[in-house]
Structure formats: C-alpha cells, structure tokens
Ligand binder design. Structure first.
Ligand code: NI
Length: 245
C-alpha cells in the first residue's frame, strides 16, 4: 500500500475527482494527502469528502503579496480537519520581487504550526539557504516537498528532522536526484506526485494523477537496491511518524 503525500485534486484540473481517487486505489495508492496553496483552494480541500483523503492547507509563497491575516486564522479555525500546514515556503524563481513578504508569510505559518503542533509541507524553489535558516528559528518538522537538491542539502534537511518528498522529477533524464538517493538511501523519504504537475517518465505530456506513485516507486526500486514492499513500509512509517495517519 502506497500513499501520495502531496497532490492538488481540484476541479480546475480534474473533471471527475471521484475517478482520480478510484484510479489511485486501483493502483495500490490507497491514501492521498491533498494540499491547498491559496485561500480558495484551502476551502476546496476542506470540502473533499473521501475517507482515504487527508488534508493539508496553507498559503503558498505566491500569495505573499495578496493574502490577508484572516486567511491564516482560517487555517487555525480548521485544525480539527487537517493533518498539516502547507504548502508554505519561499519561491525565488517566480517571486524575487516580494522576498520580504514571502519571508513574513512563511514565518507566520511556521509559528502557527509550532503553536498547533502540526507538521509543515515546505515549498522551496531557488531559496535553499533562506529556507533552512528560517526553519531553524522554529521547532517544527515536516516534508520538504518536491526535493531535488544536492546530497549536502538532503543531509542538512534530514539532520534537522525533515523528510524529503520525492516525486516524478526523480525520473527526469536531466535530473541528478536518483544519484543522490543511491548515496543517501531512502530511509528519510516519502513519495508524492504533485498532481496535476510533474508527470513522471514515460507519461510526460499527460496530466499527472496520484496513481503514478507506483511508477515513481518502481523507478526508485529499479535504481536503489530495495523491494517495493520495503519502500512502501519505509515511506508509510515516515508518514505515520510525521502526520500520525
Ligand atoms: Ni504542490
């Protein structure tokens, strides 16, 4: 049994979410963690009603110039419906012009996660150093979503108690990530699709779905010396320790 620890199941991307959830279960991907990035998406996350769909809500760095504090209060008000706060973080690839606002929004949500005792799901793009330094200001743990950094960065995050979220990027030919996993092992990873984005090889060009967790898992097992069963066991153990599901 596998879990997709990070996907975006919204009407904007899928006509039939019911079918997407069924496709996942039929491919041995029994649990899904859906993540919101904006206030409107967070509302949509909370409306999903499937026993095997777990919920994470938060404000993505692309909201840094438009969010309102009431939208952070909304996260707090729904603590009984969520298992984590995300995706939150820093994005200097798209958002170089509002770095200070991104840091402020990131810190507010890290403080909330610390106060509520919830894990965080971190989005960090071209912002590794600032992400690490700000995370160190808080007593939080969680997942580094869509990790694709160096061996050194991986080991630093792991030392800080974080788990690496590995998705279809690991199958991309121009990506060094599988070499990093061969060196550091898979003890501190979870699997995610980031659906509808980042479709793994050989399905590039199609809309991604949680069912493709199995393709990501197969690719890792073919390259790192581990069985599918062992990879499922390790990743589910990490999910249990972080999210308590
Ligand atoms: Ni995402």
């Amino acid at each position: 049994m596998f879990t997709d620890t990070h996907c975006h199941l919204f009407k904007e991307y899928y006509d039939d979410i019911n079918m997407i959830v069924n496709n996942a279960v039929n491919n041995n991907v029994n649990r899904l963690i859906v993540s919101g990035c904006s206030h409107s998406e967070n509302i949509e996350v909370l409306e999903l009603k499937y026993p095997n769909v777990y919920k994470v809500i938060g404000l993505h760095p692309d909201q840094a110039s438009v969010y309102e504090d009431s939208q952070i209060d909304f996260i707090k008000e729904n603590i009984d419906k969520i298992i984590g706060i995300g995706e939150i973080g820093l994005d200097y690839y798209y958002g170089k012009e509002d770095i200070d606002k991104q840091k402020e929004l990131f810190r507010k949500q890290l403080k909330l996660a610390q106060d509520l005792g919830l894990p965080v799901v971190i989005h960090s793009r071209e912002a590794t150093l600032d992400t690490i330094n700000i995370l160190k200001e808080y007593n939080v743990n969680g997942v580094i979503h869509s990790f694709s950094g160096s061996k050194e960065t991986a080991l630093e995050y792991i030392k800080m108690g974080f788990i690496l979220g590995i998705n279809g990027v690991v199958t991309f030919k121009n990506c060094n990530l599988i070499e990093v996993l061969k060196e550091i092992g898979v003890d501190k990873i979870v699997l995610e699709t980031d659906s509808p984005y980042l479709t793994p090889v050989p399905y590039r060009g199609e809309v991604n779905e949680p069912k493709h967790i199995i393709d990501i898992a197969n690719f890792i097992c073919e390259n790192v010396n581990i069985s599918l069963n062992d990879l499922a066991e390790i990743t589910n153990k990490n999910i249990k320790s972080l999210f308590d599901i």
